[in-house]
Design a protein around this ligand. Structure first.
Ligand code: UD1
Length: 417
């Protein structure tokens, strides 16, 4: 199993190109199931999660062509098998995204229940409730969701909690339903808007994405389209934190600063200097990091996917920081590992109190989930001595060549097989 070895203490400087967004790529690749013909996707990041969804789409009967330059083509004309098996779904919860499109297209679906994951229970009840309101019969049997419907029909659907993949699943299902669907209290994440743009380019009639109510007028059929995947806001935020941590001077290229409002605001409060010029963002870290409080919230609030990285920054800040996690109930599993590096963090319920320390010190640590892994690499960049991050397969799910990108910025970092 691969490990990443980081020697801390280098100041990062230079340019880094931000890749395509994982969380936009996954639903957009899945949307290919809604039509016959070749869809083309550009700027697709080379990530384990993207490979997992390609495997799943191939298993369902779609033809998938993958070229070296980040272009993936998918044709679901041969879509035949409505079953997403446990072995493919358990590796990645986002596989549940095939449920809506399969029911819309094949009138039936059998998708393994995703099960638990490191960061909490993450139920799919809201996906199922919405699909039932669109007219699907839903059974849970032998660990699978079984859904059947004649043509889905438009409905007025309210989400108790804004869910990102739930909104995406229902938006795809409703695109081919008979009549108008209203989705209320939906997720407003930019990835939801990106999926709506792709569906509209395929001939769907969707408006309101990016607000809390989406209206979908169902159409009989969609056509293939060409889509460029937007920049990854979480990868961007991770490099911004890295620059801030190391008193660095890093310029992010191909970044979408409009999607990073909450992160940029907090980094400025921390003392970082941030200059925005179109799709280029220069981040200069402060000599002394100030403490700020963080509360994770649905977009446009502070992203839960940036919480672990920010906690590292607060670990070496000059004061006390209160970090509240309101999205996932068990998303502090990186804390015990950060403590091994000398961080002073106390958890009470969904709140972490971080007392900034002058320094962290390198140690072997274990990655536990995707963003937790990123936080351990960041901690390694500033810790004295050597930090060895084990189980980096979590990292490969969501960051493309992270060690190469950090190395190009001057970090002493390498991967060991
Ligand atoms: C997506 C992102 C993930 C990010 C998360 C929150 C993808 C592929 N993943 O995950 O990186 O951390 O949004 O920004 O886009 N919930 C329910 N019932 C449901 C669905 C969700 O109670 O049926 C709850 C969850 O437990 C959680 C909250 O809603 O507390 C938000 O989760 P959700 O937005 O669904 O997360 P994902 O879409 O799985």
């Amino acid at each position: 199993m691969d490990r990443i070895i980081v020697e801390g203490g280098r100041r990062l400087s230079g340019e880094v190109r931000i890749g395509g967004a994982k969380n936009a790529a996954l639903p957009i690749l899945v949307s290919s199931l809604l039509t016959d013909g070749w869809n083309t996707y550009e700027n697709v990041p080379r990530l384990q999660d993207v490979r997992s969804i390609q495997l799943l789409l191939g298993h369902l009967g779609a033809a998938v062509e993958d070229s070296e330059d980040g272009v993936i083509r998918i044709d679901a004309t041969g879509l035949s098998d409505p079953e997403a098996p446990y072995d493919l779904v358990r590796k990645m919860r986002a596989s549940i995204l095939v449920l809506g499109p399969l029911v819309a297209r094949l009138r039936r679906a059998r998708v393994s229940l995703p099960g638990g994951c490191a960061i909490g229970a993450r139920p799919i009840d809201l996906h199922l409730k919405g699909l039932a309101q669109l007219g699907a019969d839903i059974d849970l049997r032998h660990g699978y969701v079984e859904a059947r419907a004649d043509r889905l029909r438009g409905a007025d659907i309210y989400f108790d909690i804004p869910t990102v993949t739930g909104t995406e699943n229902l938006m795809m299902a409703a695109a081919l339903a008979d009549g108008r669907t209203l989705l209320r209290n939906v997720a407003r994440e930019p990835e939801v808007s990106a999926l709506a743009d792709t569906l509209n380019a395929m001939g769907a009639k969707i408006s309101g994405a990016g607000t809390s109510m989406i209206t979908i007028d169902g159409v009989e059929a969609l056509r293939p389209a060409r889509t460029r995947i937007m920049p990854d806001r979480i990868e961007s935020g991770t490099f911004m934190v890295a620059a801030s941590l190391t008193k660095g001077d890093v310029t992010l290229v191909d970044c979408e600063p409009d999607h990073l409002g909450a992160t940029i605001d907090k980094l400025r409060l921390v003392g970082s200097q941030i200059e925005i010029n179109g799709r280029t963002v220069r981040v200069r870290g402060p000599e002394a990091i100030s403490s700020v409080d963080i509360k994770t919230l649905p977009y446009p609030g502070f992203p839960t996917d940036m919480q672990a990285q920010f906690m590292v920054l607060m670990s070496i800040a000059g004061g006390l920081s209160v970090i509240s996690e309101t999205i996932f109930e068990n998303r502090f599993i990186h804390v015990e590992e950060l403590k091994r590096l000398g961080a002073d963090i106390t958890i009470s319920g969904n709140t972490a109190v971080v007392r900034g320390r002058a320094r962290l010190s390198g140690a072997p640590v274990m990655a536990t989930d995707l963003r937790a892994s990123a936080s351990l690499i960041l901690a390694g960049l500033v810790a004295e001595g050597v930090t060895e991050v084990n189980r980096v397969y979590h990292l490969d799910r969501g960051y493309e060549s992270i060690e190469k990108k950090f190395s190009a910025l001057g970090a002493a970092i390498r991967r060991v097989s």
